[in-house]
Design a protein around this ligand. Structure first.
Ligand SMILES: NC(=O)c1ccc[n+]([C@@H]2O[C@H](COP(=O)([O-])OP(=O)(O)OC[C@H]3O[C@@H](n4cnc5c(N)ncnc54)[C@H](OP(=O)(O)O)[C@@H]3O)[C@@H](O)[C@H]2O)c1
Length: 264
């Protein structure tokens, strides 16, 4: 399988995305780093260039379908995209016992995490199909396999991302395009810093990026980590609901509100 030369990564300005950008950077590669915060994207681009890769940035909200389509089409015309990683995502809080998830916030989470993923993939799919080449990676979550009591809409959106990726992978089989679904457990990042509660088997963003990069190089169907949490999740899914619910409820965290919640 040829090495990807042109890579597009959303959510590249922070956390897992920023670490992954640096991990994937090497001479001969060209990365388009996307996010909302142009200043932080520029900092990541510097780190990518320091490792010998070429880097460009685009501050575009994934929720803006037209701007995403325009930016991605322009990029693909100059740098035909080999590897597209849809990583941008949000969480936000206020959950029982603090109160139910506010409806506006739940819709913002689903729009960003699920519709934003579609806005990232759809514009490049026809070009990849025409070339019969490419690799699409979608960042879901372990919450897709075991929906979380403290994050109902996040769990739903990430389950949607995973389901879309699995379906897309089967549909694209034999057409030269690989699809990888990535399901991280707890990873240290600004997002997980707002998760106040147990974070079993939490790993650093750098470690997560190394695991993801290795799985992507092998074009794995799914990258699920850390293995200890994956195992617990699989075992938990065998429990009767009454017991599983009790355990989920006792492990529920407080998710602190994202100051940007609902603003894009
Ligand atoms: N950390 C974990 O424990 C964990 C576990 C499982 C899955 N994940 C998933 O991994 C991905 C990265 O999470 P992270 O922990 O690295 O979080 P993070 O540090 O908060 O980074 C989130 C990234 O997504 C971008 N983003 C958010 N909303 C956006 C929007 N509307 N348009 C464009 N970009 C947007 C942010 O851009 P700006 O900062 O520029 O606004 C940022 O680059 C997410 O999909 C998350 O759900 C994380």
């Amino acid at each position: 399988m040829a090495e990807p030369r042109s890579i597009v990564l959303t959510g590249a300005s922070s956390g897992i995305g920023a670490a992954l950008a640096v991990t994937l950077a090497r001479p001969g590669r060209s990365l388009l780093l996307m996010g909302r915060d142009g200043g932080r994207l520029a900092g990541v681009a510097e780190a990518v260039r320091a490792r010998g890769a070429d880097a460009a940035t685009a501050a575009v909200p994934v929720t803006d379908a037209a701007a995403m389509a325009e930016t991605l089409a322009r990029r693909d015309a100059s740098h035909p995209v080999d590897l597209l990683i849809a990583n941008a995502g949000v969480t936000s809080g206020r959950i029982p016992p603090d109160g139910p998830e506010p409806p506006g916030q739940a819709r913002w989470i689903v729009t960003t995490n699920l519709i934003g993923m579609l806005n990232t993939v759809e514009p490049l799919l026809p070009a990849m199909l025409a070339r019969r080449a490419g690799h699409i990676a979608l960042v879901s979550s372990m919450a897709a396999l075991r929906p979380q009591a403290d994050e109902p809409s996040y769990s739903a959106a990430k389950a949607g991302v995973r389901a879309y990726g699995i379906a897309l992978r089967a549909w694209l089989r034999g057409q030269g395009i690989a699809v990888t679904v990535i399901c991280p457990g707890f990873v240290t990042s600004p997002m997980s810093a707002r998760h106040v509660g147990p974070k079993p088997y939490e790993i650093s963003a750098e470690r997560a990026a190394a695991i993801i990069a290795r799985g992507l190089a092998r074009r794995r169907a799914e990258i699920l980590f850390p293995w200890q949490l994956h195992l617990l999740v699989r075992l938990g899914n065998l429990l009767p609901p009454v017991l599983a619910d009790r355990i989920e409820r006792s492990l529920a965290a407080r998710i602190l509100p994202d100051p940007r919640a609902g603003r894009d």
